[in-house]
Design a protein around this ligand. Structure first.
Ligand SMILES: Cc1cc2nc3c(=O)[nH]c(=O)nc-3n(C[C@H](O)[C@H](O)[C@H](O)COP(=O)(O)O)c2cc1C
Length: 395
């Protein structure tokens, strides 16, 4: 018996701990897995103009310790590790077992940083030091999500579903046109990443926004867009609040550190328009026996289900909270006003966030895919998938 959800994943690990670990349970046996492809996704997460010093220390690579043999899944839970190279600088600071004199080695954070988990977490977990809180709240955790997402992409890729991303805004600089799929594909294959925008002129303006933030000790917000192509109609369901795929995707994206909003299709534009201009008209191509749509403003989701069009999900990133020009805070010890703690920090993380967004979308789509098609082996999943695709074709 399979327990719901069919595809489960969890991550653990602290930002300056030994490593990140993650498990993924429920992928069918027989899905091809390439370490190189997972590492490529990890590399993409580390790129982008405006990243801080940490990314220079870490070059993430994955180690798979269970669930994959001879380059394919075997049905058992997949466990993976991503080591933190920075750990060697933190072994005395964050030891698993306490030792005499450890107090002097601690790096307490007693001036909580606005916009971080520091204060709420310290109050909640009753630490007068935000160190243990920020270690887990940190977006370092997203490296594990990206590795898991790469496994989800491996499953989806077997069925022609591809999940990619690009950046559509950094500060005031915004891409005012729709990106072509080919442009987004080309972006993902690039070996040098600036700000992940398909348009070089707009990207140059985005860079100016980051430069201004760098100059003034500030940070800058951004919007990324994840596009998934090739999903069949009917993933997710309209029948209950928690089966609606739009809601599940929204949760996955907003669960990302620094993401404060999500948009599916042209939600914002739609909210300011008349209905006659917003809905995607339905047409029929008789020779190909298939329904077509006048546009894709719905972002591939209607009634909580995929409709066969590209799935388009945008994430809105707040400007990074840690500023070189620290914000006002209060010291836990003295209770006096104090400037917030500063640790080396990113200024803009837009392209990286796009890659993490891809991982989250891929994981949610893979969940919905396996809920619909099931299968303990890839061959079984494929039979079920092809039977359904034929049903849709014959509709
Ligand atoms: C890829 C990525 C990298 C990030 N790097 C930093 C950073 O260097 N400094 C920082 O203050 N916040 C960074 N953040 C954001 C914080 O982790 C996040 O704002 C914080 O944990 C509070 O969570 P919240 O903004 O979702 O409320 C990053 C976020 C992402 C997605």
């Amino acid at each position: 018996m399979k327990l719901s959800p069919m595809l489960r994943f969890e991550t653990a690990g602290e930002s300056h701990g030994e490593c990140l670990v993650a498990t993924l349970t429920g992928l069918p046996a027989g899905v091809p897995v390439s370490i190189e492809q997972i590492n490529r996704q990890l590399w993409r997460r580390q790129q982008g103009y405006g990243r801080g010093g940490r990314m220079k220390i870490e070059t993430d690579t994955v180690e798979i310790v269970s669930g994959v043999r001879h380059s394919m899944t075997i049905g058992s839970p997949i466990a993976l590790i991503i080591r933190n190279r920075d750990w060697r600088n933190w072994t005395d600071v964050l030891p698993v077992e306490d030792y005499p004199g450890s107090d002097e080695k601690k790096k307490p954070v007693t001036r909580p940083r606005p916009g971080h988990a520091d204060l709420a977490g310290a109050l909640k977990y009753n630490f007068h030091d935000s160190r243990y809180i920020l270690e887990r709240a940190s977006a370092r955790e997203t490296a594990a999500r990206v590795a898991l997402g790469a496994l989800a992409k491996a499953l989806l890729g077997e069925f022609g579903v591809i999940v990619l991303s690009h950046v559509i805004a950094v500060g005031k600089a915004r891409l005012e046109r729709q990106a072509a799929w080919e442009e987004i594909v080309a972006l993902a294959e690039k070996e040098d990443v600036t700000l992940g925008c398909v348009d070089p002129d707009v990207e140059a303006r985005m860079k100016e926004e980051v430069d201004e933030a760098l100059r003034t000790g500030d940070t800058v917000g951004a919007i990324f867009e994840v596009v998934a192509r090739g999903a069949p109609p009917g993933l997710g369901s309209h029948i209950a609040w928690d089966t609606r795929l739009d809601g599940r995707l929204a949760q996955a994206i907003v669960s990302m550190q620094a993401v404060k909003g999500v948009e599916i299709g042209y939600a914002e534009e739609g909210a300011m328009s008349f209905g006659s201009r917003v809905q995607d008209t339905i047409h029929y191509q008789r020779d190909e026996r298939r329904f077509t749509r006048g546009a894709n403003r719905a972002g591939g989701l209607e009634g909580g289900m995929t409709n066969g069009q590209d799935i388009v999900v945008r994430g809105f990133l707040k400007p990074i909270s840690t500023l070189r020009r620290p914000l006002e805070s209060v010291d836990f010890v003295t209770r006096e006003p104090a400037l917030a703690a500063y640790e080396r920090s990113d200024v803009c993380v837009a392209p990286a966030a796009g890659v993490i967004g891809e991982a989250m979308v891929a994981l949610v789509l893979a969940q919905a895919f396996l809920e619909k098609f099931g299968g303990d082996s890839l061959a079984e999943t494929r039979r079920n998938y092809e039977g359904y695709i034929e049903q849709v074709r014959q509709f």
